[in-house]
Each structure stands twice: as C-alpha cells, then as structure tokens.
Ligand binder design. Sequence first.
Ligand SMILES: [Zn+2]
Ligand SMILES: [Zn+2]
Length: 236
Amino acid sequence: MTVVQFLSIAALSVPTGGTAAQKDALLTFLGRASVRISTGAGAVLYIDPYAEGDYSEPADIILVTHGHGDHNRTDLPKRNPGCAVIAPSGAVDERSAIHLAEYSATTIAGVGISAVPAYNANHPRGSCVGYILEFGGIKLYHAADTSLIPEMAALHKLGIDYALLPCDGKYNMGPEEASKAAVELGARHVIPIHSSAEGLAGRNASLVKHPGVIVIEPGKTLRLDPPMNTRLKSAL
Ligand SMILES: [Zn+2]
Ligand SMILES: [Zn+2]
C-alpha cells in the first residue's frame, strides 16, 4: 500500500464528527420552535422550550428568543449547575438571566452565541432576537419569530450550515416567504419550525422549498454535520 492510498483510507475511515473525544452534534426537534442541541464537546442547549417532549437531559444553556408563552418555558428543562439562561430583556422572569440584545454576543460552554434581529408586526423590534450558534465548526441559526427582514441578507457571509425558520404564515412568515429567506441567508440546510398557527408542527413545513431542506417531525433527532472542509481538516 502506498502512502497516498493509506492517507486517503485513513481520512475516509474517521467517524463523522471527528476524533474519539468529539462526539456527533445532535439536534432534536421538540415541536413549535423548541429544539435541544447536544454539541460534539458535550454541551446541552435548549432553545425556546415550550413543546411537550423530553427535557430530561440537563441543560448547560437555555436560550429564549422572546417573551411569548410558546417560547419561554424555562421551567421545563432540567439544568446542570451553572446553567445559563439567555434572553432579550423582558422575555423571561429570571433575575439571573443574561440579556442579549441584537448584535451582541457571548461564549458559554464553548458555544459562540450571537443575537441578531428578528421582528414583524406581531413582534416589535428589540423584544425578540434570533440566535447564531457556533460549535464544532457548525454555524446554526434559529430565526425566532420573524418575517423575512432585510438584515437576513447580511448573514449570508457567515456561511450558515443550518437555518431554523418559522413558516406558520399567521404570526410569522409563511412557507413561500421562508423559502425566499433561505435564499437570502444562503444556508446549507433549512429546517422548518413553528410550522402551524397553533400546533407543534404542521404541513407548512413540507411547503418550504430549498435544495437542502430537512423536515424533522417532533421528537426526532438529526445529526448535525460540519461543512466538508471542516470535516477534512479534523480528519487529517
Ligand atoms: Zn411570538
Ligand atoms: Zn411563536
């Protein structure tokens, strides 16, 4: 076997997600806008806890996008000691919460967290934020409750891997507008959330058009992959 052959086989045989110390990053869709994320380095995050589901994995970070009752049930997840609660001002009733306004950022448990604008007629600007999370070479955007807004185009340059976009068409953009937002964002994958006016999920999720769309049923888990060049770098 030549050295070149050996290297290429070695690169291919590395499990997805990187070295033995680094596990796969996982996203579980709980319903509505609620998701749980486990990073490859072992941090557990919940975003917009509300939907009934499994909150037994203790949280290191709980993120809330705004104060509507279908987004801010911070009482649901179990918590690890030192768990950080992050929300825009006024969105949660916890004195220890860290308030992130749009265009501010922090890093907690190895996860980069940036708040970005999210607004529409039902969500006054400033009361609601989206989040861009960075972990293990992955950039994930949770858009919160919002319509297609001009600020989304500026996120294109970040190279978002996964964009979670609402598409209920009543309180937020509908599937057609979410499809346009996906183009503006230039995200590698789009995951429809908040896909019905009232329920945990609805048929609007299947109406979002994007080459990399991933429709996840409530309760199901998706493995999050970093972009190919990051995978190769960690394999070599
Ligand atoms: Zn809302
Ligand atoms: Zn909502």
